[in-house]
Write a protein that binds this ligand. Structure first.
Ligand SMILES: C[S@@+](CC[C@H](N)C(=O)[O-])C[C@H]1O[C@@H](n2cnc3c(N)ncnc32)[C@H](O)[C@@H]1O
Ligand SMILES: CC(C)=CCC/C(C)=C/COP(=O)(O)OP(=O)(O)O
Ligand SMILES: [Mg+2]
Length: 293
């Protein structure tokens, strides 16, 4: 499906329509998303994330909850933990040079893309289903003067325009639960150069629990997504020339973020499901870094 857009100064621009009705739903979801928990955190330093945080809470920085300015310090602390999550993802990309191009699959508002460029000095290509997110990310890149280096486009991450073997490293930061993993990893394996690195940070259900718990079902309903099991990740990677180099269980590291977020005025109602499922072992927050062989 294609949508033809015409304007006075451009002859004709083709934007691919959603590949499936589900992708149309997800594009609409993210086009309409404007939760204060994401915008107010992003306003702290201009890095806008749609992922969660890891690491210990800095109680000294937070100070007394009764003291003036506590809510702003709480927001800054949640944001610091979300940026720490992205730093940990970038730590696993391996050596990247300024001559390389990276792909941020499911890039959201582009926070991780900007951080990757700032760290490695390289080009970063983001793809999202949401035109509002792509516009937002491109606007931020322009404000930072890095629009020639960091770009977001409306594109299905299962079918990207990047040449075979042209990408040094790619990642999904909390965006794998919207797609079939075989299709996703086949596309990463195609675009990555042999020896390239793929990293995902994701929530997955724990096969040791048996089946997805009621909390996992609640998270799926809340975000209109489909959380996969840890086993599915490892199987789909093995089937698509992605060999895990590190599998890190970040569950204990993300709980403090959730426990702090649950006390904030910016709660969205999903906090209990994350906290309870991490505690009962039915759900895990993991990082998987894999070599494209
Ligand atoms: C939870 S957000 C994560 C955003 C970003 N990775 C971050 O860490 O801030 C999920 C993202 O996945 C994107 N997404 C979901 N399915 C997609 C698909 N088939 N192709 C491209 N992007 C997709 C959504 O558009 C959204 O930007
Ligand atoms: C770990 C899992 C299962 C994640 C699901 C994907 C998702 C919606 C991530 C956070 O986005 P967000 O930052 O927009 O969410 P929120 O508004 O809750 O902060
Ligand atoms: Mg968020």
């Amino acid at each position: 499906m294609t949508t033809e857009l015409t304007s006075a100064d451009a002859p004709s621009v083709f934007i691919p329509g959603p590949a499936t009705p589900y992708q149309g739903d997800i594009a609409r979801y993210w086009n309409n998303e404007a939760r204060p928990v994401n915008l107010r955190l992003g306003d702290v330093d201009g890095l806008y994330h749609h992922h969660y945080g890891i690491g210990a809470v800095d109680h000294a920085a937070l100070g007394d909850p009764q003291a003036p300015g506590y809510e702003q310090r709480l927001i800054a602390e949640l944001h610091r933990l979300e940026s720490a999550q992205a730093e940990t993802l970038l730590d696993h990309l391996g050596p990247v040079t300024p001559a390389d191009t990276l792909v941020d699959a499911g890039c959201g508002r582009g926070g991780t893309s900007v951080m990757a460029h700032q760290r490695f000095g390289c080009r970063v290509e983001g793809v999202t289903l949401s035109s509002a997110q792509a516009d937002f990310g491109n606007r931020r890149a322009k404000e930072l003067g890095i629009e020639d280096q960091v770009r977001a486009r409306v594109c299905n991450m299962l079918d990207t325009p990047f040449d075979k073997g042209s990408i040094a490293a790619s990642w999904n930061n909390e965006s794998t639960m919207y797609v079939d993993l075989d299709d996703l990893f086949a596309e990463h394996a195609r675009l990555l150069r042999p020896g390239g690195r793929y990293v995902t940070v994701t929530g997955c259900w724990n096969p040791r629990y048996g089946q997805p718990s009621k909390w996992v079902s609640q998270i799926n309903a809340h975000f209109e997504c489909n959380i996969h099991s840890r086993r599915e990740y490892l199987r789909a990677m093995a089937d698509n020339r992605l060999v895990p180099q590190a599998v890190v269980d970040l569950t204990p590291d993300t709980l403090p973020y959730w426990e702090l977020r649950a006390t904030s005025s910016l709660v969205t109602g999903i906090e209990e499901a994350f906290i309870e499922s991490y505690r009962d072992g039915s759900f895990q927050y993991v990082l998987i870094a894999a070599d494209r062989v």
